[in-house]
Design a protein around this ligand. Structure first.
Ligand code: ZN
Ligand code: ZN
Length: 373
């Protein structure tokens, strides 16, 4: 451990659902085991999921240091010859990001079904690893973040700014996972429902996969303008066109009268699903990507799935290989998809609650916490 590290780390902590976060100090780990890391947090993204966590929509243990989209600098390393997930050597001062999900590697989902994102013993930094016990520092909304030895850490290349990584946030890796399941073909017509971070990430991946036409349904207007800059062919503003039947007609008109080959739900509101699968052509694929939080139920007519012969897909979280894709995508496509420019709000630990409110009201491009100033 470095002698220059403080004895405590300030963190913004969720102590009760539907209550503001409070700033608390937790002791730093006394020493690090082999492969463990301590990261000084540069940027921690405020994800829409954090709003759902604050509202108690996922069953998570409290107190909880939120923050699952984090970049920072290695402050201390445990053991000899520390390496990142790709085998690059790691040293104090290196800029890193990391996957938030930790898997057990021995349950049936890990070993047999090869779906580690559904690991029966999965834990995730900033989501379900409580701060109640040491090592406490298990989320991004803090000056320091502890990383267990089994974490997939990625040393960030010099030409990939932390702002791009956190600006894209968990949305991009989640979308990479979802698109892996979609197996898109060149020149398929695609509708993205939602123009927030997940919608924008899905839009960028669909554009690179050759989608045409590429249609986004969402709002408010600033977000749709950004979708146009990211390559959308048509944007449909839900405020200007509040009637779902009219929106469907616009999609039909843009896709030769039959509907889209692929529709991706990135809204997180249950009622979006009934509208979304009606935008599909017969035999299309419908990917539900925006429902990480449990936002409740909605009335759906299963006849639509049968009649249209739909393929319904989902994707939960991400795995380390999705990060290798996402980081290379960000590094090589920064000019086309400037995710770093999404960051509209930078706040300290003391202003986290105002920023969470702004995220909840869709007033941000991307809000980030800078715990170390
Ligand atoms: Zn997230
Ligand atoms: Zn497992």
């Amino acid at each position: 451990m470095s002698v220059n590290l403080p004895a405590v780390s300030k963190c913004a902590v969720l102590t009760a659902f539907n209550e503001p976060l409070s700033v608390r100090e937790y002791p730093m780990p006394a020493e690090l085991g082999s492969g463990e890391l301590l990261v000084a947090v540069e940027l921690a993204g405020i994800c829409g999921t954090d709003v759902h966590l604050q509202r108690g929509e996922l069953n998570v243990p409290l107190p909880l240091v939120l923050g699952h989209e984090t970049a920072g600098r290695v402050a201390a390393v445990g053991g000899d010859d520390p390496r990142d997930w790709l085998g690059n050597p790691l040293a104090v001062g290196d800029r890193v990001s990391f996957t938030v999900g930790r898997t057990c590697r021995h349950c049936r989902y890990c070993r047999v079904y090869r779906r580690p994102s559904r690991c029966l013993n999965r834990t995730a930094y900033g989501v379900n690893l409580t701060a109640a016990r040491p090592p406490h520092l298990l989320g991004g909304y803090g000056e320091y973040h502890f990383l267990y030895a089994d974490t997939a850490v990625f040393r960030l290349p010099d030409d990939l700014p932390s702002e791009a990584v956190v600006g894209a946030g968990c949305a991009l890796v989640t979308a990479v996972h979802g698109f892996e399941n979609l197996r898109m073909q060149w020149a398929e017509s695609v509708v993205i429902q939602g123009s927030g971070p997940v919608g924008l990430a899905a839009l960028a991946l669909a554009k690179e996969a050759g989608a045409r036409p590429l249609i986004v349904i969402g709002g408010p207007r600033e977000r749709l303008e950004r979708c146009l800059r990211f390559g959308a062919d048509l944007v449909i503003d839900i405020e200007e066109v509040p009637d779902p039947a009219k929106r469907r007609q616009m999609v039909l008109d843009a896709t030769g009268g039959l509907g889209a080959d692929v529709v991706v739900e990135c809204v997180g509101m249950p009622q979006a699903v009934a509208e979304g699968w009606e935008l599909c052509r017969d035999g299309a694929k419908y990917l539900v990507l925006g429902h990480y939080g449990d936002a409740g139920t909605t009335a759906l007519n299963p006849h639509v799935i049968t009649r249209k012969e739909l393929t319904i897909l989902g994707a939960w979280g991400s795995e380390p290989q999705h990060w290798t894709v996402a980081l290379e995508f960000l590094r090589t496509r920064r000019d086309r998809y400037p995710f770093d420019e999404l960051i509209t709000h930078r706040v300290g630990l003391g202003e986290v609650n105002e920023a969470l409110d702004a995220v909840a009201r869709w007033q941000t491009g991307k809000a980030v916490v800078c715990p170390n100033g």
